[in-house]
Design a binder for this molecule. Structure first.
Ligand code: GLN
Ligand code: ZN
Length: 765
């Protein structure tokens, strides 16, 4: 039995990756230093693998994103890979590729644009270079006295030289996943393009096997999506060819593979399956067995959540699998380890009881090793000690919270009146003009705002001083919004770092790590909270700031909350109770806040759910079940009085398939991203009778460009053709916190002007 791990974080234990690359962007690190630094980081990563597992991929490291590297490898964007500036231009320059979420994770990849007639060529031999470098370092590692001359004579025969050390397999993203996650293709155009792409992959794979790769690691997570029959046939044809050029290990993850038996007769050497989040893989294995000529790479330790693996239970399952299939079995992680922070080691500030119960990437490697020990030699002190910490401890439970969830009745999820009746009452109360203009909540988080927060956190200024500072910011902002002529005002979210962190820090049952950073894209990092116990609010979280803002103006001020689904989606979540129970606990805590905001006279409350769509399972068949609890949790949070207008906000534009699930949320107003997609969102609504109010963003907040009045009017005119005028709100795509004031001021002025122009044109009729 052997162990194999993949996807180990590239960030480094001290965020070296971020420091080196950002240092280079800032001109503080030279190109040579960058290359040297990255090489050292890679060496450390590989050494970490080697300490714990028998084999692992080489060449997973990227300077920005592996989907980008794949596009360059295939000549889709033929930049010279040695030209760092050209590379980073594609990643983050003025014309950078767009970014989108990678499956249902919080990682963003760079999206290639293809066409049905795209052509490919083996442009960048990244996997080959990685393999060679690895052979090189391995050779010196295993045979330090080898001379340069000797090295070069043996170089052509790495197989012979290294047969016993073949533990590193070159890494690639597979052709299906690459195509499936690119833009510019209609689904029915994919099979033909996969056929076009296959010879290029074959060429790359051939060079790898000729250079002595014992196996090639190919990631095909898109196999876990809904895959059409035509795609399955195209995949079969592609791998029939590719399997003859190199010994392939195919990795699928994030969910089960519905067409598993269709892979069995292909000339590939092994298949990696996610047995943690793809539980149906077990059913498929029970039903169809597994071919005895292939390696079953059993993904049994979790790559996406932090709870320690129950080694005993997992060993039992592995033994069953072995008996059932008779296959050669390797033990592996179930999904790339990059969804976990690097290591628990520095987390000395965590509650020890929690620290004992979690495992990050490095600890997952340890688990694989312990699991192998357990399966081959039986339990020992180390495996028993590891297994001792599985279940939450009593002091994480709250009787009161559990009772509240247990006592919920269907009525608790519903507002007292249906939308149409609430709408009348709210219009009466709010007296807003046609096309009300508002923002999504946050205003620029200037260096000064961040410095003040930092000063407060480190005790350099008192709570009183900080509070006064925030109040002054709010006062200025309210005045600014009134002068601009916005109709619904906000307080600006100056007191918040991150929309999830802010609430998570204020709730019981949620912990924060010190060093638990993950890459969200490029070099950007965030620290997911850990929801470990019953969640409750101990005191009002937002009322002070929002009520203060409302006290300064007769115009309605909108309270701002982050919804339960988003808090869950961007955190690690306990697994000892069903996820919807956790969502309901958070929903109830948020509803307490809603009640307090209402009591403080706040007439509009926005509950942001940017993760509502992205948290959806990969397969459509699982959507109803997911959206049911997701919508219920939202409604629990949003159960306000009929006269309180509830808004929600989402940051994406692919709405076609999810509109009815958004209706399930029963919000009064929804605002969403629309400007970048040039109205694609609006066309989604052309085919759906959406009865509520809607604010498709009229300008893009992700660029510093200032939208003209005309461009905003164009978006509005387009929307007005689809929605009745009374349903339509005017707002930016998203919050303004990443923008500068000198961008925000003219942009909002233009927005208000456009709203006025259209009011003059369409109003009073
Ligand atoms: N209210 C938040 C803001 O304006 C919403 C951000 C988001 O949806 N990502 O920043
Ligand atoms: Zn947004």
């Amino acid at each position: 039995m052997q162990t194999y791990a993949y996807g180990y974080p590239r960030l480094g234990e001290n965020r070296e990756f971020k420091k080196i690359i950002e240092g280079y962007w800032q001109g503080k690190v030279s190109e040579a230093e960058l290359r040297q630094g990255i090489r050292e980081l890679e060496r450390a990563r590989l050494a970490t693998y080697a300490q714990s597992v028998d084999a692992y991929p080489v060449g997973e490291l990227t300077l920005y994103d592996n989907m980008l590297d794949t596009a360059i490898m295939l000549g889709v964007y033929p930049v010279e890979p040695s030209n760092l500036n050209a590379y980073f231009e594609l990643a983050r320059g003025a014309d950078a590729l767009p970014m989108t979420k990678w499956f249902n994770t919080n990682y963003h990849y760079l999206v290639s644009r293809l066409s049905p007639v795209s052509e490919f060529k083996a442009w960048w031999r990244k996997p080959l270079f990685a393999l060679r470098r690895w052979f090189e370092t391995e050779m010196f590692y295993h045979a330090p006295d080898v001379s340069d001359a000797e090295f070069h004579t043996h170089w052509n025969k790495p197989q012979q030289m290294h047969a016993e050390h073949h533990t590193g397999y070159p890494y690639l993203i597979g052709p299906y996943t690459f195509l499936r996650l690119s833009r510019g293709l209609e689904p029915e155009q994919l099979p033909a393009l996969l056929e076009t792409l296959t010879p290029t992959y074959a060429e790359i794979l051939r060079s790898l096997s000729e250079s002595g790769a014992a196996y090639v690691h190919i990631d095909e997570p898109a196999f876990a999506m809904d895959v059409s029959e035509a795609d399955v046939q195209a995949i079969r044809a592609a791998y029939h060819t590719l399997g003859q050029t190199a010994p392939i290990l195919l990795f699928t993850y994030y969910d089960s593979v519905d067409f598993l038996p269709q892979l069995y007769d292909l000339p590939i050497r092994g298949i990696g399956l996610d047995l943690v989040h793809g539980k149906r893989n077990y059913d498929h294995l029970a039903q169809h067995g597994f071919p005895s000529d292939k390696i079953l790479i059993a993904g049994v330790v979790d790559g996406r959540n932090v709870w320690k693996t129950d080694l005993e239970a997992t060993a039992t399952r592995v033994r069953q699998l072995q008996a059932q299939t008779g296959a050669t079995l390797w033990l592996s992680n179930a999904a790339p380890l990059a969804h976990l922070p690097v290591t628990v080691e520095p987390e000395t500030q965590l509650d020890p009881a929690l620290r004992e119960r979690i495992a990050f990437a490095k600890e997952r490697l340890q688990e694989l090793r312990l699991l192998k020990t357990l399966l081959t030699d039986g339990a020992n002190d180390a495996t028993r000690a590891w297994n001792a910490y599985q279940h939450p401890t009593d002091h994480w439970y709250s009787q009161a919270v559990q009772q509240r969830v247990a006592n919920l009745t269907p009525e608790d999820f519903e507002r007292a009146l249906p939308y149409a009746e609430r709408d009348k009452i709210q219009r009466e109360r709010l007296k807003l003009p046609l096309f009300p203009a508002t923002t999504i909540g946050s205003f620029p988080q200037t260096p000064e705002v961040r410095q003040m927060r930092q000063a407060y956190r480190t005790g350099k200024i008192s709570a009183q001083e900080y509070e006064t500072y925030i109040q002054n910011q709010i006062r200025e902002l309210v005045q600014f919004q009134e002068e601009l002529g916005l109709d619904v005002l906000v307080h600006g979210e100056y007191e918040r770092t991150d929309m999830v962190e802010f609430f998570a820090e204020k709730m019981e049952g949620i912990a924060f790590t010190g060093q638990g950073w993950l890459l969200s894209y490029g070099t950007r990092v965030y620290r997911p909270p850990i929801i470990y116990g019953d969640v409750a609010r101990t005191e009002p979280m937002t009322v002070k700031e929002v009520a203060f803002a409302q006290s300064l103006t007769p115009k309605p001020v909108k309270g701002m909350l982050t919804g339960p689904v988003t808090i869950i989606a961007w955190s690690y979540v306990r697994e000892d109770i069903p996820i919807e129970q956790v969502a309901y606990q958070i929903g109830l805590a948020l509803n307490d806040e809603v009640r307090d905001l209402e009591a403080a006279g706040i007439p509009i409350i926005q509950i942001d759910e940017p993760a509502y769509r992205e948290k959806a399972p990969l397969k459509r068949a699982d959507w109803d079940a997911y959206f049911r609890w997701a919508a219920q949790a939202f409604k629990l949070a949003a159960r306000a009085k009929p006269e309180t207008q509830v808004h929600t906000h989402m940051c994406y534009s692919e709405f076609n398939a999810v509109l009815h699930y958004i209706d399930w949320m029963d919000a009064d107003v929804i605002t969403m991203e629309a400007a970048r997609a040039k109205g694609e969102v609006i066309s989604a609504f052309e085919h759906y009778n959406y009865a509520r109010q809607i604010g498709p963003g009229v300008f893009d907040v992700h660029t510093p460009a200032i939208p003209s009045v005309e461009s905003i009017e164009t978006v509005m005119e387009r929307a007005i053709r689809v929605f009745p005028n009374e349903q339509f709100w005017v707002n930016p795509d998203c919050g303004l916190k990443t923008r500068k004031w000198d961008e925000v001021v003219p942009a909002l002025k233009h927005m208000v002007q456009a709203a006025r122009n259209l009011r003059a044109k369409y109003g009073a009729s």
